[in-house]
Design a protein around this ligand. Structure first.
Ligand code: ZN
Length: 243
């Protein structure tokens, strides 16, 4: 995958995420690794749905912008420090998806009420509670990367979510699943009665069935189509925006 393709896939991921409820009035950003020390990042001031290949920034792990004319998001530390601390991670999604924020306010853990939550229970998805403010310093970014540990994502208390992946398809599909899992749990919890969820014995078998390379590819292609229909092709400039 060359740089041009990376930027197009990144724009496609942004649009797919906007399609499944991760947009927040231009906030939220997604990254994909270009090399061991550089990555492509969605800029600030452009919504997930509006992001195009041409708007993407090439940034190093310290946040220096190497290519692109937009502004880097204030929270670029989330991406740089996770990519630095976790060499196996190649893509990071951070958003303020509503149900994820709602879950981050609860003290109960995310439960496997449906298959959507299965990537986030073994190990359990942690919640970063050091601050509810934006992650705008390197120490905070490092603390987020530590809190993530071996999990596929984390909640940021009263703020949002992060998912990671070996590539953008996995990070995007995880983000889509996490928002739906949280929405479902909020619905179940609001009933105020007892509830049941998938047992530990069934968890791994269900997860390994639902989240294979082939199934993730298929969900990614679906999300990519939906993002394209809703927000245009990843390389098509959006009227009124630079690039
Ligand atoms: Zn944020």
């Amino acid at each position: 995958v060359n740089s041009t393709e990376q930027r197009e896939i990144l724009a496609a991921a942004c649009k797919a995420l906007a399609f499944c409820g991760h947009d927040d009035f231009q906030l939220g950003h997604v990254s994909v690794r270009e090399s061991a020390t550089t990555y492509w990042l969605k800029p600030k001031g452009i919504d997930l749905g509006e992001a195009t290949a041409a708007t993407m920034l090439l940034v190093d792990l310290d946040g220096n912008v190497l290519e692109g004319s937009g502004d880097r998001p204030h929270e670029y530390f989330i991406h740089g420090e996770i990519l630095r601390a976790h060499p196996e991670v190649h893509a990071v999604v951070h958003s303020h998806a509503l149900a994820c924020i709602a879950m981050s306010c609860l003290t109960e853990p995310l439960r496997p009420y449906s298959h959507h939550a299965l990537p986030f229970v073994l190990p359990p998805i942690p919640t970063f509670r050091e601050t509810t403010n934006l992650i705008t310093t390197r120490p905070l970014g490092q603390a987020v990367a530590r809190e993530l540990g071996p999990a596929n994502g984390l909640f940021l208390q009263n703020h949002g979510m992060v998912t990671i992946g070996a590539d953008l398809r996995w990070a995007t599909v995880y983000a889509a699943m996490l928002e739906r899992a949280c929405a479902l749990q909020i619905q179940v919890s609001s009933q105020g009665s007892g509830s049941v969820w998938t047992s530990d014995e069934e968890l791994l078998a269900r997860r390994d069935y639902a989240f294979t390379e082939a199934s993730v590819q298929q969900i990614w292609e679906y999300l990519e189509r939906k993002g394209r229909v809703a927000f245009g092709a990843p390389h098509a400039p959006v009227p009124g925006l630079p690039g």
